[in-house]
Write a protein that binds this ligand. Structure first.
Ligand code: GLN
Length: 453
């Protein structure tokens, strides 16, 4: 009730939600009733949670921020949503996002942008700006997001929230509307590392319905976070400072907070080592070939027949399809479909997609070499604090460069965590610290993250 009241009070300004659940109170009342009847319920039973609109929900529309899916209510729950319900969490509603998760500001949502609760004239990051803003504005204690190139961690940086992109294959994508299948991961957004870990434990683990899901058992992330909160977890840990992920294009206040944080880590007994990842420089370029290529293929299914809207024209199947896609997709989605279709076309496939995949291998090798020297890698989560609406809207490249810190982890499939690092002195806005660990070592992030927090 308190969260629904808070949504009613502030969401007119923040616009974190695209849809607020009609049955949240009823679901919560059932938890109370079961508890009163003496049932032993899971740890998070009754805790409200906001869900990014990229995730399919049986009882709420799922639009992925696009007009083409306006009003579409899926016939099934995403696995992560089903797991939340099984653990008796209470879905509060669906959060705003850039259309099909393409963007870094939520300005590409077909339903209007989300505003940053820290300063309503500024972006909340993207694509998961709605989830981050909902948590930062106390409209929800926790949320789910998805991260293909930074969409959990970059919004986290600019809203002062914690966000985790799990190891590729660590959390099911069944029922997550696909952007780029070799990069997408679902993960938690929260106000503390332990909260993120508790959610991770609920949603994570093998799912036979996702062919990329890792079949092995995982350690408890919450236990790892609790270890970090209570022990000398930073003593002797080798923290690799990625040389390539600072410098040009990074805001002075972000760099300042980052270096202060590194000093604090050293004071807490961490061993700070400089590592070099020479191919990270090509990560953004490779990503913006791989992502559009995969997205153009994934988005081909929005053909006006199977899902969502259909433009009111008559003519051939092709006429109806073209008119629907013309009317239903926004400018950024069209840009990427065109780029991706071109990159995959005969004669260009090897030159573009093929080359980008080779760069990806080099980046994976950079990570492997860096993790020989360091237990975790660190960088700022984003190069700048929240920018103003419109600032990068007409300049796709400037928007894309905001992902420079987060994209390498997606390309390599390794887990990444963003956590608050204090306010930048020049504008008083949140900055974020990113931690990265080797694939399957998400628990290491929770332990170190909780200790740093
Ligand atoms: N900002 C990045 C992009 O536009 C990240 C998107 C994401 O992680 N979904 O592709």
């Amino acid at each position: 009730k308190a969260h629904l009241d808070r949504i009613a009070a502030v969401d007119g300004d923040v616009h974190a939600f695209l849809h607020v659940s009609q049955n949240a109170l009823e679901t919560a009342a059932q938890v109370d009733a079961d508890r009163a009847a003496g049932q032993i319920l899971p740890d998070l039973a009754g805790v409200p949670i906001a869900i990014k609109d990229v995730l399919c929900t049986l009882d709420m529309p799922s639009t992925s921020g696009s007009k083409i899916l306006e009003g579409w209510v899926p016939p099934y729950d995403a696995t992560v949503v089903a797991r939340l319900r099984a653990a008796r969490l209470v879905p509060l509603g669906k959060t705003n996002m850039d259309e099909f998760a393409m963007g870094s500001s939520t300005e590409f949502s077909a339903y209007g942008p989300t505003r940053n609760p820290w300063d309503l004239d500024r972006i909340p990051g993207g694509s998961g700006g709605g989830s981050a803003a909902a948590v930062a504005a106390f409209e929800a204690p926790i949320a789910l997001g998805s991260d293909t190139g930074g969409s959990i961690r970059q919004p986290g940086a600019v809203t002062g929230t914690v966000g985790v992109k799990p190891t590729y294959g660590g959390v099911s994508r069944y029922g997550a509307i696909a952007l780029a299948s070799s990069l997408d991961q679902v993960g938690p957004v929260s106000r503390s590392v332990l909260d993120a870990a508790l959610v991770h434990d609920v949603i994570g683990g093998h799912d036979p319905r996702d062919a990329t899901s890792i079949p092995d058992a995982w350690p408890s992330m919450a236990e790892a976070a609790r270890r970090g909160m209570t022990s000398d977890a930073l003593k002797g840990i080798r923290v690799g400072v990625v040389k390539e992920l600072e410098g040009e294009g990074f805001q002075a206040g972000v760099k300042q907070r980052y270096h202060e944080t590194l000093d604090l880590l050293a004071a807490a007994g961490a061993e700070i080592v400089e590592v070099s990842a020479p191919h990270f420089e090509y990560a953004v370029a490779a990503y913006y070939l791989i992502l559009p290529a995969e997205a153009s293929s994934n988005l081909a299914k929005f053909d006006s027949v199977r899902f969502g809207m259909r433009a009111g024209v008559t003519g051939t199947v092709e006429d109806v399809m073209a008119a629907t896609r013309e009317a239903g997709f926004g400018p950024e989605v069209k840009r990427r479909i065109i780029l991706g279709t071109y990159a995959l076309s005969a004669g260009y496939y090897d030159a573009y997609y093929g080359s980008a995949q080779k760069v990806r291998t080099l980046i994976q090798q950079d990570f492997a070499a860096a993790f020989e020297k360091a237990d975790i890698l660190v960088s700022p989560s984003a190069p700048t604090t929240a920018f103003r609406f419109g600032e990068k809207l007409e300049d796709p490249l400037a928007m894309y460069l905001n992902d420079v810190t987060t994209i390498p982890a997606n390309l390599a499939g390794v887990p990444g965590m963003g956590l608050p690092m204090g306010l930048a002195p020049e504008d008083g806005l949140p900055t974020g610290l990113q931690l990265m660990a080797p694939a399957r070592h998400d628990a290491r992030l929770y332990e170190a993250g909780a200790a740093i927090e």
